[in-house]
Design a binder for this molecule. Structure first.
Ligand code: GLN
Length: 483
């Protein structure tokens, strides 16, 4: 049962081959058996899952249908879930039970999904390895000595290990696409504003965007359909109609113009990954696509700009965790300043504290122009590069990451080394563009992803290209040994 995709589950439920309750029980048992190796869940929600599954079965018995009705999923633990711990991977929120559901959670529940639990993540979504979680690191099911990528590493490891078919995730600088690449999944970061951020604990508000992690493009289309849409509670949500993503999967790629940026193939890229990217280009060419070399000249400035803007926004967003209103509070504070200092000093982990310090510094009166303002100007240049490129091509293709998943602990002593691994993903967040990572081969037994980027609101085009690629390749069907 656990090998089924969302699409297969929907068919099986419609044909009464099994019930959502049976499926839910089977997956919960599988999680209990296998997750101790991976640590991909922070909380399991068995009771909620079983009641949602029964309710979905009853709705089907009453003649209702729907691709997500009775489908088991999990939420990254930064989506607020009413009455259920929403920890954001942090000691700061270990005791926090959200008083309401995030819009994404509510929409998916209304569509009939079954929530199996809340997945592990880097603390406050800061990281590319899922090693900064208060609940311990997540392991990559392809090799338990390697990281699954971050910050949505729990969602990725769980889906890759067939503990469940799909999960929600969020992407501020790559946290959907990079773990997808590291675990052989398909992951989609939508256009900024496509999916509501209401009830999603903020890291960097101008970059954060929720999206689906699944094994196939077809499943990403199904899950995105349930997540996307205008939300009056989110002032940056965009009031654009949501297309039928599943209907977009089957278009022909004949004449599709794919741009491959020359800057992507620099010395930092593992040559074995470069070769797999070229192979995927050839496969798409066979399907009728036309390949063109393009240039994104400001790409080299994107990492420094991102690692000023994201911490700056984080330093502001995380100021609400003060030991007073919610979350962790230190023992026996001497006075108010001591309460603030120790609650934050004890509640936040090292990486979060580093980002708060960098962000507060970049925003300070003497340095604002030199760092924050300059980073914002670079952000505009990065966007302009993409706008110029999309005058010539329909899709941009390249590697998702410069290297495959590294060993646990390998980059712990050098945060900048980890930041550099985000080189291909963060530009889409800076520009607000949609991006998708899909499986494209293996290096030393570890999965490699290819990234596709498209113009604003062209999620359907990304899913179309990935689906056609997946009809003609079988990388996405490979299963990690032991799972
Ligand atoms: N690795 C990036 C960071 O640490 C991106 C994280 C994310 O997308 N949430 O900021």
């Amino acid at each position: 049962m656990h090998h089924m995709t969302l699409a297969e589950i929907a068919r099986g439920l419609a044909d009464k081959k099994f019930s959502s309750e049976e499926l839910t029980k089977a997956l919960l048992a599988r999680i209990a058996q296998l997750d101790p190796q991976l640590n991909s869940f922070i909380s399991l929600t068995e009771e909620l899952a079983l009641s949602q599954a029964k309710a979905a079965d009853a709705r089907r018995a009453n003649g209702e249908s729907g691709a997500l009705l009775g489908a088991p999923i999990a939420h990254k633990d930064l989506f607020c879930t009413q009455g259920i711990r929403t920890s954001c991977g942090s000691k700061m929120l270990d005791n926090f039970k959200a008083p309401y559901d995030a819009t994404v959670v509510a929409k998916l529940a209304a569509a009939g999904t079954v929530t199996l639990g809340k997945t592990n993540m880097d603390e406050f979504a800061m990281g590319s390895a899922n090693e900064s979680s208060h609940y311990g690191p997540v392991k990559n099911p392809w090799n338990l000595e390697h990281v699954p990528g971050g910050s949505s590493g729990g969602s990725a490891a769980a889906v890759a290990a067939r503990l469940l078919p799909a999960a929600t995730a969020t992407d501020t600088g790559g946290s959907i696409r990079q773990p997808a690449a590291f675990t052989n999944l398909t992951g989609l970061k939508p256009t900024y504003g496509r999916v509501s951020r209401w009830g999603m604990i903020a890291y960097a508000s101008s970059l954060d965007q929720g999206g689906p992690l699944a094994r196939t493009a077809e499943d990403c289309a199904i899950l995105l359909q349930g997540m996307a849409g205008f939300d009056p509670n989110d002032s940056t949500s965009i009031d654009e109609p949501v297309p039928d993503y599943s209907a977009s999967l089957n278009g022909s790629l004949q004449g599709l113009r794919i741009g491959v940026p020359k800057e992507y193939f620099s010395a930092g890229l593992d040559p074995r990954i470069a070769e797999l990217v070229h192979n995927s280009v050839k496969a798409l060419e066979k399907l009728g696509a036309v390949i063109k070399e393009i240039s994104l000249p400001n790409m080299q400035h994107a990492i420094p700009a991102y690692y000023v803007i994201a911490p700056a926004e984080a330093s502001s967003n995380l100021s609400r965790f003060d030991g007073v209103r919610f979350g962790y509070r230190c023992e026996n504070p001497e006075n108010l300043v001591d309460l603030y200092k120790r609650s934050r000093g004890e509640g936040f982990g090292a990486e979060v504290q580093r980002r708060i310090m960098v962000g507060a510094y970049a925003l300070s009166a003497g340095y604002y122009d030199a760092y924050y303002l300059k980073a914002q100007k670079i952000r505009r240049l990065v966007k302009n590069d993409f706008m110029a490129a999309f005058n010539e091509v329909d899709i941009i293709l390249g590697p998702t990451t410069p290297n495959p998943a590294w060993k646990l602990g390998a980059k712990n002593s050098d945060p900048v080394a980890e930041y550099l691994e985000d080189v291909y993903t963060i530009t889409a967040n800076l520009a607000g563009l949609p991006g998708l990572s899909m499986p494209a081969g293996f290096v030393d037994g570890l999965p490699v992803g290819v990234q596709l980027l498209a113009p604003y609101f062209q999620e359907g085009r990304l899913l179309n290209v990935a689906h056609q690629y997946q009809l003609h390749t079988d990388w996405h069907t490979r299963t990690p040994q032991g799972f």
